[in-house]
Ligand binder design. Sequence first.
Ligand code: CO8
Length: 258
Amino acid sequence: GESLETLLVERRGRVGLITLNRPKALNALNATLATELTGVLAEFDADEAIGCSVITGSEKAFAAGADVKEMAGKAYPQALLEDFIAVWDGFARLRKPVIAAVSGFALGGGCELAMLCDLIIASDSAKFGQPEIRLGVVPGIGGTQRLVRAIGKAKAMEMVLTGRMMEAAEAEQAGLVARVVPAADLLAEALKTAETIAAMPLPAVIAAKDCVDRAYELTLAEGVRYERRAFYALFASEDQKEGMAAFIEKRPPVFKHR
Ligand code: CO8
């Protein structure tokens, strides 16, 4: 596949696979990686031949955080004016699902990157943490907000204040990850889940992700109204007609948009 400076990119059928590829820096997220990653994801999102993406790292590290060597010397006005975190807002514009397949360290920005994805599948060797406090800063790509929503205030506060790491089993129990699998099966399991999603009718996939994401932003009553409008709207799709007809006729559906 296509090879960029910091990523390996391939297409596996309808799944876009992105492997973070800065092994010497444990996939630390530098500016080039952020630009390349959000760029490739936007391309996959716009590509009719792709239905779901997977982001993975190495066995040792999903990503060990923002690149400390690149960040260390920044002055306040430079950080403010560069707004070097804004590139990560690209994730909010993606409409197709992205899966994080996490093995080894997912620390700082690496843990935040995993949480920017729609779901996390972890290997039993995965370790999650927000160690920024030890560097004299705080999480900067949404970690303080998404971790609280994912695992609750008590565990999030402890992790953000102490920088301790959370093992895969605890992360699953706490609700940070969808599933833990043996390290050797991680990529296959993530790809299988991505293929399952990519085979679903795309209008329903986009609506489903959009509705679940709204649960972060809206009150329950507004969220339920939002979902109901999306539900009714899907009756305008050919795939709703096909999906329900196929069920009644006891045959596999042939979706048009997928
Ligand atoms: N940035 C830059 N380089 C790194 C990073 C990093 N985050 N993590 C590891 N590396 C480098 C090491 O410096 C080392 O390089 P070298 O061989 O040149 O010395 C190489 O990767 C291998 O690392 P180690 O030798 O340290 O490997 P160990 O197995 O001994 O330790 C650890 C692995 C525990 C993961 C250790 O590397 C570590 O603690 N890394 C830093 C973790 C960390 O503090 N992360 C948080 C960074 S701050 C952050 O993420 C803020 C996010 C919000 C802003 C985002 C803006 C983009």
